[in-house]
Design a protein around this ligand. Structure first.
Ligand SMILES: [Mn+2]
Length: 366
């Protein structure tokens, strides 16, 4: 299981690895290309329950491997795709993937991890499987490999989406993206950067502009606004009744909920409320208490989450104003309430907000 989090308490953490002399986009693409050309078959892995940026990055890397390096690949996952938008993305773009436990690992001589890194709590890498490529933009104290450990290591915390990094390689290599890859990559960039409004770098913008002419807008619209199951609205109703607000800091613990995606979605939604600077949202899924943190620009979500997880058996990662993590919990109601109280206290202290009585949604004036 993952290590405990919470070793760096400053609000502006340093990157965990000292960057080597800065490679240019071209030399990075060249290095990735040379590595792939020396292999025969690529396996692409990502989070257990992939989100749009990880799916976009994975599909984009598969396209890069095939069109630029001439090698075939498969994408494999170990969890489930749960959020309605993500399911629609897989369906609309016909993204093919295998169950990780159903494939023969010996068929692959190259393994890539996209939008995550070995050691992260939400990522399963089979023991003894050698990872050759890591492409990601998260910071996480649980990272167990660095540039010296894998053949191609590209972790760039200043980029808003992994999909942008991958699209940058397609661009550098002169690959014209397929509609499928362009739409997946563009949707990945849109979700991780909140439509290019948060944590956006020049590369995110450049990648998005490059992909745009190749995006299937009809399919993109179908992905963005899928029909939602009734259970979604029930969970939402429950969540809204549990919102606790302190002077711009909003907390919401959903109790037992449907999925980590639901927690993330409620967090995204609550950040849109006027006057809210920080959202800290949690929910119990199986034996994991999943947390999503969203902050307005200029606040570091990951540092806040690390501080909140101080002393917990948890794992967390993030980039800019977005972070997520989980704490393993003995499932009983008292343990859950105690954890909720500890996290709330830590968050309020980190934000310099006095505790006392939280305002509930019903208490507020319009
Ligand atoms: Mn991402």
């Amino acid at each position: 299981m993952a290590d405990r989090c919470g070793r760096h308490l400053d609000m502006n953490p340093q990157p965990l690895m000292k960057p080597a002399p800065r490679p240019t986009g071209t030399s990075r693409t060249q290095a990735l290309l040379e590595l792939l050309r020396s292999r025969r078959r690529l396996l692409v892995l990502t989070h257990n329950n992939p989100d749009p940026d990880s799916l976009g990055g994975a599909v984009g890397l598969q396209e890069f491997a095939l069109k630029a390096a001439g090698i075939p690949s498969r994408l494999a996952i170990s969890g489930r795709i749960q959020r309605a938008e993500n399911k629609a993305m897989v369906r609309e773009l016909a993204i093919e993937m295998d169950r990780l436990d159903a494939i023969d690992l010996a068929q692959f001589d190259c393994v890539a991890l996209v939008d995550t890194q070995p050691g992260f709590g939400h990522t399963f890498v089979p023991p003894n499987l050698k990872v050759d490529i890591v492409i990601d933009h998260h910071v996480c104290a649980d990272a167990v490999v660095g540039p010296a450990d894998v053949a191609y290591f590209e972790v760039r915390n200043d980029i808003g989406a992994t999909s942008s990094i991958v699209a940058g390689h397609l661009l550098e290599a002169g690959v014209v993206p397929s509609v499928q890859a362009a739409t997946a990559l563009a949707y990945g960039i849109r979700t991780d950067t909140a439509d290019l409004s948060r944590d956006v770098s020049d590369l995110d913008q450049k990648a998005f502009d490059y992909l745009s002419p190749h995006v299937d807008r009809k399919r993109l619209a179908a992905i963005t606004n899928p029909k939602l199951p009734v259970v979604y609205f029930k969970a939402l109703k429950e969540a809204l009744s549990k919102v606790r607000m302190y002077d711009g800091v909003t907390l919401c613990s959903l109790g037992r909920t449907t999925s980590a995606e639901m927690v993330a979605e409620v967090a995204d939604m609550l950040l849109r409320m006027e006057g809210v600077r920080v959202v800290f949202c949690g929910g119990l899924v199986g034996a994991s208490y999943c947390v999503s943190v969203r902050t307005e620009l200029g606040l570091d979500a990951w540092s806040l989450l690390q501080t909140a997880f101080e002393g917990e058996k948890g794992s967390c990662g993030g980039h800019g104003s977005v972070a997520g993590g989980s704490v393993q919990l003995e499932v009983d109601a008292r343990a859950l309430r105690r954890l909720e109280r500890r996290l709330e206290r830590n968050v309020l202290r980190a934000m310099g907000v006095a505790g006392g009585n939280a305002a509930m949604l019903g208490d507020l004036e319009d």
